[in-house]
Design a protein around this ligand. Sequence first.
Ligand SMILES: Cc1cc2nc3c(=O)[nH]c(=O)nc-3n(C[C@H](O)[C@H](O)[C@H](O)COP(=O)(O)O)c2cc1C
Length: 212
Amino acid sequence: MYYNTSDHHGLKHNPFKALIAPRPIGWVSSQNKAGELNLAPFSFFNAMSDGPPTVVMGVNGSHSEGGYKDTLENIRETGEYVVNMVTYEIRDAMNATSEMVERAVNEFELAKLTAAKSNVVSAPRVAESPVNLECTLIDIINLPSNNPEHPNTMVVGQVVGIHISDDIIKDGMIDMKKYHPLARLGYRDYTAVKDVFSLARPDQEAQDKIHK
Ligand SMILES: Cc1cc2nc3c(=O)[nH]c(=O)nc-3n(C[C@H](O)[C@H](O)[C@H](O)COP(=O)(O)O)c2cc1C
């Protein structure tokens, strides 16, 4: 099949997110200037470069009380946030923090999570997550939107500090079999990394020199 994206796809559900799958989940903790905490998951999320490490996420739609989602409002206000990586073990807590609740609600408390102090940024990190990326804002880019009441934005951040749990490090490398990163498929579906295989690039030696 083929469809122009300006037309209806003709399927039961929009397939787009199921096609770009799996997508890692950036679980973003932020706070406003008054120090009120916020936590929400974003699967329009990925790394864009690694020297320095740079990440992007798509914050789409508005808050039920008007204005942008809390995450975007807080990042705009403070220029700082933490991306906490989600694992299979903490999937339910992540899901609990996706509920569109009143602005005043602290999702750390809602999901019974521990807010640990960050090293560089003001926003706390999720202690239960084995990987926390402390980020400073580079840019907020407005994306096209089919609905003026549903703004789409891309938040670009520089990772300035990285916390890694010693539990997922083995022989100086990240052990995927212990990490179990969770990722979003389409619809209500998820996957967690369980099988890993390796492929060497044709120019592997040159690549190793660049990326060591
Ligand atoms: C797994 C998962 C992935 C999500 N990904 C996104 C996303 O990429 N962009 C987005 O705007 N909302 C996404 N959401 C919905 C937000 O988490 C939700 O709107 C949340 O209430 C926003 O909270 P905030 O207003 O505190 O920022 C996702 C929800 C789940 C469960």
